[in-house]
Design a protein around this ligand. Sequence first.
Ligand SMILES: [Fe+2]
Length: 234
Amino acid sequence: MTDPTAYRRPAPGTQPPLDAPAYGSTHKRHPKQPLLRIAHTLTETSAPRFTADRYPVQGDMSQVNGKAALGERIIVAGRVTDEDGRPQRGVMLEVWQANASGRYHHPRDGHDAPLDPNFEGRARVFTDEDGRYSFVSIKPGAYPWRNHWNAWRPIHIHFGLHGAGFAQRMITQMYFPGDPLLELDPVFHATPDRAARERLVSKFDLQVTKPEWALGYRFDIVLRGREATPFEKA
Ligand SMILES: [Fe+2]
């Protein structure tokens, strides 16, 4: 059977491996057997898909019931495109992140940092006809993790993208420019190619910035090809 989504595989080093040497939790969770390739059919590549009428847009993480979360309000915006710059329409983006203190709204996060009753840290938006998306949030804080001694994650926002079918899910993380923790982070460095991993760092953008209200960051996502965004293997 011909794979309807056939495409050129990424260049070596431009995507993180399943088992990244310095990223401890990948050691146990990566597959130990060779992967089997299962050709997609139209069922996997065209439908069913997530749509805003069944999965309502929640594009503002900076408040809960009108009460503002603590921290620095930000706007994140960008485009989702394919390898030729063509917009990807109707992509559902789920995003999640820690609060301004570096703690997740999750019972398993035991970091000794305050929770914020007005911050839940999750949003859902869809790309428009031009592949554009945006959401409002609070700049997340760095948090410690136990990968190695004195390990801290650079500030980041997790992204999960759903495309034209339920079988399509791509996961990545967006970082912030100028973060000194980036050079120390095994997750960021799991992508060996510097130019490729730098695509995970958003750019401050005055056009996205809203006067008197919030700084704006731009994060474009390319699904494949030479300029592809590195994606985690979930
Ligand atoms: Fe995280």
